[in-house]
Design a protein around this ligand. Structure first.
Ligand SMILES: [Zn+2]
Length: 304
């Protein structure tokens, strides 16, 4: 499809969707649609079911999940459905995702239960500029003095995130491919836009039992509303990027994306359940199938 044609399709589609009231946009008090559905590895998903799986109940979003070691110097300190990761180094620690501001005391408790000091967090990173992942940044900064780093393309959305009127702290702006190093651990920021303009997939290497593992902190790749040509271009690029990343340990901004609850249940069984190369692309497969199904539905709505 030529760019101009697709632009027209988007306009017609926007009108069609608004008229039929089936927009997938998440408006206040209303979630995404319960269609289209895709089946991946025998499981059927809709946009609504994926959101429900990711978020759980309000209580799930706020309830501490037992903090635990994932691999090497990487730990889980989030809630039942909102991930927060701690990377521990001899020169201080890195936190990925503060989640909602009201969860910051829970994250602090998890860090301390693991035997670390919250004030040792020197760098705060984010997965993407939505409140369920980064609303607590200002609170974490106040408690720890951490340097807050953000992907350039997410800066406007982060600046608009002002819990209690507080400015969103941003101490350093990152660009695609840039790395962040502290105490011998390096995290690389890969721009994987589409869900937000600056959605970031982080990669790191972790050492455990004499072996080195590639750890990937995947990012949501779900269009939040109608898929414009610009968003489609971002998602096409992002799926290529994530499919090319070396990966032994898949993680995600929501625990359901990497089956954390089931893996955690096997933590004492011997082999580290989080080392799961076979399932590194399981979530990308679901998200990419859904992306194409939503695009198809949009195009059919535009050309009934
Ligand atoms: Zn999001």
């Amino acid at each position: 499809m030529k760019p101009r044609t697709s632009f027209l399709v988007v306009i017609v589609l926007g009108l069609a969707l608004a008229a039929r009231d089936v927009t997938q946009a998440q408006q206040p008090g209303r979630g995404p649609a319960d269609h289209p559905s895709v089946t991946v590895k025998g499981q059927t998903y809709t946009p609504a079911s994926i959101l429900a799986r990711n978020m759980g109940t309000t209580q799930d979003q706020e309830t501490q999940f037992p903090p635990h070691k994932i691999v090497g110097n990487i730990y889980y300190v989030g809630t039942k459905t909102l991930s927060s990761f701690l990377i521990v180094t001899p020169q201080g620690n890195i936190l990925i995702d503060s989640t909602y501001e009201r969860n910051v005391p829970t994250i602090q408790k998890s860090v301390e239960q693991l035997g670390f000091k919250f004030s040792d967090i020197k760098i705060l990173l984010g997965n993407h500029a939505h409140g369920d992942h980064q609303e607590g940044d200002a609170a974490v900064k106040t408690l720890t003095g951490a340097q807050v780093m953000a992907m350039a393309e997410d800066v406007p959305a982060l600046q608009a995130m002002k819990p209690g009127g507080k400015d969103h702290p941003i101490d350093k702006i990152l660009h695609d491919g840039e790395s962040v190093t502290l105490g011998g651990t390096t995290l690389v920021a890969h721009l994987t836009a589409g869900h937000t303009r600056g959605g970031t997939t982080w990669t790191a290497k972790a050492q455990e039992s004499g072996k080195t593992y590639d750890v990937v902190f995947f990012c949501s790749l779900r269009a939040g509303g109608a898929i414009t040509p610009a968003i489609a271009a971002e998602l096409d690029h992002s799926f290529k990027v994530v499919r090319a990343l070396p990966c032994d340990v898949p993680l995600g901004d929501h625990p359901a994306q990497y089956n954390m609850h089931a893996k955690y249940a096997r933590i004492q069984d011997g082999a580290n359940p989080f080392i799961d190369k076979a399932n590194c692309l399981a979530e990308a497969d679901i998200q990419e199938a859904m992306y194409h199904a939503v695009l198809d539905e949009q195009q059919k709505a535009a050309h009934p």
